[in-house]
Design a protein around this ligand. Sequence first.
Ligand SMILES: NC(=O)c1ccc[n+]([C@@H]2O[C@H](COP(=O)([O-])OP(=O)(O)OC[C@H]3O[C@@H](n4cnc5c(N)ncnc54)[C@H](O)[C@@H]3O)[C@@H](O)[C@H]2O)c1
Length: 332
Amino acid sequence: MKKTILVTGAAGFIGSHLAEAFLRRGDRVVGLDNLDCSYDPERKRANLDEVSRAATSPNQWKFVLGDIREVAAVDRLFDENAFDAVVHLAAMNGFASSIEDPLRHYDINVLGTLNLLNIAKQHLVENFVFGSSASVYGNTRVLPFMETDPCDHPLAPYPASKRAAEMLGYSYHHLYSLNFTAVRFFTVYGPRNRPDSMAFQLAEGIAGKKKVRLYRKGQMQRDWIYISDLIDALVAAADRPLGYEIINLGCGEPVLVADFVELIERHADSRAYLIPALLPDIDVPCAFADIGKARQLLNFEPKVTLEEGVARFWEWYHGSGAAAEKLLPVEN
Ligand SMILES: NC(=O)c1ccc[n+]([C@@H]2O[C@H](COP(=O)([O-])OP(=O)(O)OC[C@H]3O[C@@H](n4cnc5c(N)ncnc54)[C@H](O)[C@@H]3O)[C@@H](O)[C@H]2O)c1
């Protein structure tokens, strides 16, 4: 049966891909986003144009320009649409910006989530999926990262806000039996990546657009997950009310940042414009997921290899106008 789904943050990187995926399988989708200025809103409008092309009828897709913190407007949205599921992706991102403006991060990521939970519960929404982050693990010694980790040492207000939102989800499940699944994303990459994401920054360095800091000479491990794999898992999470669950979403394999750089360099046929830097104490040398729960509960199996994903990412970056028109010569 076709569903009606609310995607918050629908103009962003992950939200726009997710809205498209629901539309392609015939669901009705409402996208809520305030097109904030964390990066160029024009990029978000372009994402929305692509989403609207996936709709087969005018009633299938509706974009609402609005803020998740607005109580009356969000309540009206739920009144007007009987949502089967909410996938909540709207957020303020980034460690550095959360240190600069912790109150704004908490306001959006915690109070905004609380507003959605409260209204979802009042409207008896069956399933609430929350886009959390692997950063909640902080500098845990438990590798790979396991969902059983207490995650009580977040290294900055951003991960602390994500963990707080996960815990609010538990309260709403406990008090009102709301089905709540927090999915902890590892390093997501692909077309429409945010300009502050590691993949986009590295591409900028490779395109010779700017010098990009490379921590520990790239000797740090990340769990890269290609956007289409993440979307498959998010669709599965939206389809399955699971009570209360926290589920890691990565590929389950650590890959050196240096190897990721080398792969893009190969596809770009150009050397990266990078400057060595020390790892800041808000970052961790190694992050990768145990994905046993995702396999078991979401039938998840990553399909896109790093080689394939990087090729697609570079093709998008290079063709999207985001890349420098001329590659600058880079000294070895
Ligand atoms: N991209 C990753 O690698 C990654 C990793 C871990 C977690 N996440 C989480 O996944 C989600 C989506 O991330 P993304 O990379 O697509 O980010 P994004 O910035 O591209 O998308 C987030 C969207 O939320 C919107 N937004 C922000 N505040 C809002 C508000 N108050 N009301 C309504 N809309 C608002 C923004 O305008 C933006 O379009 C976020 O919650 C993020 O924390 C992403």
